[in-house]
Write a protein that binds this ligand. Structure first.
Ligand SMILES: C[S@@+](CC[C@H](N)C(=O)[O-])C[C@H]1O[C@@H](n2cnc3c(N)ncnc32)[C@H](O)[C@@H]1O
Ligand code: SF4
Ligand code: SF4
Length: 356
């Protein structure tokens, strides 16, 4: 287990793998990491090999909220305990993973989260959290190990609370402040549903007033973690008109984290739209029970479990099936990663802008 000071040192801009920070404060990209990405690009495109740099680890199914478009909180499966998770982190590091996002469910509810984050940081991972932000103030100490926090924000107070429950808006913004006070960088993620299409300008203003960026993605046609249909899926025409407004705002300099290419892509939702698929090649998903998925997007028809679920993690991780022919890629961070690693110039430029 690394010493607490290791995490604190990162706040002063000392990069985990040495090298020069492109940014002040806690580093998100240094020369070593940029070289790792370049090597991954070479492996994937020139050698046609996998390069699993990124893992999205849904660390728990439990959640403190019951959002209208998600039922992860209702899943009752046994979850990995702390020793399994710490050993899993060692395995992932050995497999070449360098960026890890802990989500869920609500990651702050995972028992031992502080130890998990500290272990990940001590190994050298770039540690991201995906959270509703509501429990951040109770976990200040854990945030010392986190580089970047992504907090969900689905609209101004009345809209966010309609989707996510009374009081969730204020708690999310409190979470933004807490995470920043603890030295992590923060961005927002807004899911476009039938409730918030008229409110995206307000979401952009909330982000802008706080010096944050915000990424937009469509709600899926079914509940997250379920095959039940999503009651707040947006109407297609109004959704597309909203994405067009976002494009105009972005061109005017609004702090929208999607690239213009990314907005062009999600504007096609829900029509079949091919994109270079990152699943299994560049990113994998771990579930709370240790299952490995190449993609957690239910749009691919079913969750893509590996064929050897009982094998050790390293083996399952290597043999996870790469999806073929998926034309329903709407998770905005995956879209941005796909465009970035397809060397789309506007996405490369956008990624650097977001980092700075
Ligand atoms: C599953 S949540 C886990 C992290 C945390 N509990 C939260 O809400 O931010 C990760 C992201 O998925 C988004 N999400 C959940 N259900 C969705 C759906 N049906 N369609 C699109 N995005 C969804 C959430 O809004 C959140 O930004
Ligand atoms: S979207 Fe996040 S906060 Fe909402 S129910 Fe799902 S896991 Fe919980
Ligand atoms: S949603 Fe489809 S295209 Fe996108 S990463 Fe997943 S499997 Fe690949």
């Amino acid at each position: 287990m690394p010493g607490r000071d290791a995490g604190r040192a990162l706040k002063c801009g000392v990069a985990p793998e040495g090298g020069y920070c492109f940014m002040g404060k806690r580093s998100r990209l240094n020369l070593g990491q940029a070289a790792t990405m370049a090597a991954a690009l070479f492996r994937i495109h020139a050698l046609r090999r996998r390069s699993p740099l990124f893992v999205s680890w849904n660390i728990t199914f439990h959640c403190n909220l019951h959002c209208q478009y998600c039922n992860t909180h209702s899943i009752r499966r046994k979850e990995w305990d702390l020793p399994q998770i710490l050993a899993g982190l060692d395995t992932l590091w050995g497999q070449g993973v360098r960026w890890i996002t802990f989500g869920g469910g609500e990651p702050f509810l995972k028992k031992g989260l502080g130890e998990i984050l500290a272990h990940a940081k001590g190994l050298g991972f770039n540690v991201f959290l995906s959270t509703n932000g509501g429990l951040a103030s109770e976990h200040r100490a854990d945030l010392g190990w986190v580089d970047h926090v992504n907090i969900s924000l689905d609209g101004p107070r009345e809209v966010h609370d309609l989707v996510r429950g009374a009081g969730a808006f204020d708690k999310a913004l409190e979470g933004v402040d807490v995470c920043r006070e603890e030295g992590a960088s923060v961005s927002l993620l807004c899911v476009l549903s039938k409730h918030n299409l008229k409110h995206v300008e307000e979401v952009v203003s909330i982000a802008s007033e706080r010096g944050l960026t915000v990424m937009f993605q469509p709600a899926t046609r079914w509940l997250n973690s379920s095959v039940e249909s999503n009651p707040i899926c947006p109407p297609v025409d109004a959704y597309r008109a909203t994405v067009a407004r976002l494009k105009t705002l972005k061109k005017g300099g609004a702090p929208i984290r999607n690239s213009l290419g990314g907005l062009d892509h999600i504007a096609h939702w829900p029509d079949p739209t091919p994109i270079w698929c990152v699943a299994g090649r560049l990113i994998s998903v771990l579930e709370p029970d240790g299952s490995v998925l190449t993609c957690h997007q239910a749009q691919v028809g079913s969750f893509l479990k590996t064929e050897c679920a009982e094998a050790p993690l390293a083996e399952r991780f290597c043999c996870a099936q790469i999806p073929q022919g998926c034309v329903q890629c709407w998770c905005a961070p995956l879209v941005e990663l796909a465009l970035l690693f397809s060397l789309r110039p506007s996405s490369i430029f956008n990624a650097f802008k977001n980092l700075l």
